[in-house]
Design a protein around this ligand. Sequence first.
Ligand code: SF4
Length: 211
Amino acid sequence: MFMTQKAEKIAKILQENNPYPKTELDHKNDYELSVAVMLSAQTTDKKVNQVTPKLFKKYEDWENLANANPTEVGEIIRQVNFYKGKAERLVKAAQMVVSGFDSKLPRSMDELTKIPGIARKSANVIMQEAWGIAEGIVVDTHVSRVSQRLGLTREKDPKKIEKDLMEVLPKNYWRNFSGNAVLHGRYTCIARKPKCDECTLNKVCPSVFKV
Ligand code: SF4
């Protein structure tokens, strides 16, 4: 089977099992989503969801956050890793959204990645989850591991993995594959002991029962 056919088959199987994968970060709008995504680096979604209700109650939009004191923001989010740096970046990001983008998040990869705290992976998540726009494929630690085990890439660098995935997957699968591969890595193809016996991809995976 050619690599593109194999990749499409994998994406289809994942899609059949979960047609509408969603982020597990709690949010009500694109402001809350992007703040939660920025907080989620090196931290579990569960931990982010514990701090965001208080954060969003106090700073309910970009303008509020742009005027916040980073130390006070840090106090609210101190349960997440690297909270001091994240608090400073959140306030700087909000200031840029307010002054540079008229208080609305821009809807392109180029502009989003100009905002402090939003790199390519975060921009992919925000665009896909908030607006259904897929300019790329989300590659986090789960997607990296799953893609390597499935033989879709041999790369280790997230940018190169994303490039490989974009080459073998038709664009109409990018959004769905991103969400599904994250969840597949989080709950089935887990790092230490993947659950190959119950995996829906075990007939097409070259790593089945080998990890
Ligand atoms: S068969 Fe096993 S190694 Fe392959 S994707 Fe499924 S859980 Fe991961």
